[in-house]
Design a protein. Structure first.
Length: 329
């Protein structure tokens, strides 16, 4: 898949997710087969106001290419300036515009999926970002529309293509659906058939088989995996196997999954403070234990993690329990 001048080595894309896809987690996902990664969403307004807490969000890894930085906002001047700041500071391969975030404090402000209520404004935002991005290709991630009575994805996607947007990612839900119900892949297929630029399919990809199925069904150029990656960065290996028609590898043993989690938290502690990394590790580690029988005690311990020493203690306990269980068996 090519996005503008950028070659993406695989159809598997890690979705930008606030509070999830920091540099540490993106590093793990890339090692396990993600062909393209995108930062957490960055506020263009915060960039314009030179908010120092925002700059680390768009930091890319040394070898993290191709990679994108995603920005959100609806103020035209801010979006243009924000794109220029991203270009000069982060040097990404691609700049992505968020037109899909359904969170009320974003959407009700006219940002994210709020732009789906004003297509003229959405297209002007895209023009502004293209101006600020210079030579860097600009893409858009969006939803079907505000609600099921206002499905605007096809009309908006065609306008964006005409404006020189290099690719579209479409999540098959409306803003009002949030993450409930089922993603509508039919609309993704329609948009793909109508455009000549790449279309990336997103929504309800929770297994390797789902990734292969959405690509087959929609004819999309790539698949963006979001919630399906929670605690399972191996989904990229599983998806590649399913796409290639190979047997799907099982998840690694729990002890190895714990080692991967620990490595993620150690990387996060390098990139931000240990305290912040460990607070964020609470939800990530619980995700890594999803589906593990009798993990309630350890999830309770994980909810109290505040230092890397706590992470090591909990991990040693999980492994000790595993060893005892196998000895008993």
């Amino acid at each position: 898949m090519r996005i503008g001048s950028v070659s993406i080595p695989s159809p598997l894309v890690l979705a930008p997710m606030a509070g999830v896809t920091d540099l540490a987690f993106r590093t793990i996902c890339r090692e396990l087969g993600a062909g393209y990664t995108i930062t957490e969403m960055v506020s263009a307004k915060a960039l314009c106001y030179q908010d120092q807490k925002t700059l680390p969000l768009m930091r890319l890894g040394e070898d993290e290419h191709p990679a994108g930085v995603q920005i959100f906002g609806s103020d035209l001047a801010c979006m243009e300036e924000g794109a220029a700041i991203v270009r000069e500071v982060a040097h990404p391969d691609i700049i992505d515009i968020n037109m899909g975030c359904p969170v009320p404090k974003v959407a009700n402000n006219g940002d994210g999926s709020g732009l789906l209520r004003d297509l003229d404004k959405a297209c002007r935002v895209a023009e502004a970002v293209r101006k600020g991005a210079g030579e860097i290709p600009v893409t858009v991630k969006m939803r079907l529309g505000w609600d099921k009575g206002n499905i605007v994805c096809l009309e908006l996607a065609q306008c964006l293509e005409d404006l020189g947007i290099a690719a579209i990612t479409l999540h098959g839900r409306t803003k009002m659906q949030m993450y409930a119900g089922t993603a509508n892949w039919d609309w993704i297929r329609r948009v793909k058939q109508a455009l000549s630029i790449p279309v990336i399919a997103n929504g309800d990809v929770f297994s390797g088989q789902d990734a292969a199925r959405i690509l087959r069904y929609t004819g999309a150029d790539g698949v963006m995996i979001a919630r399906g990656v929670f605690g399972n960065p191996w989904i990229f290996q599983q998806a590649q196997a399913a796409i290639d028609g190979r047997p799907i590898p099982p998840l690694p043993p729990l002890s190895q999954r714990c080692d991967t989690a620990v490595r993620q938290f150690e990387l996060a502690a390098q990139y931000k403070s240990e305290k912040i990394a460990c607070l964020e590790a609470r939800k990530h580690y619980a995700w890594y234990l999803k589906g593990v029988p009798y993990a309630g005690y350890w999830k309770s311990e994980i909810s109290k993690i505040s230092t890397l020493a706590d992470v090591y203690r909990v991990t040693a306990g999980i492994k000790r329990e595993l060893k005892d269980a196998s000895d008993d068996g």
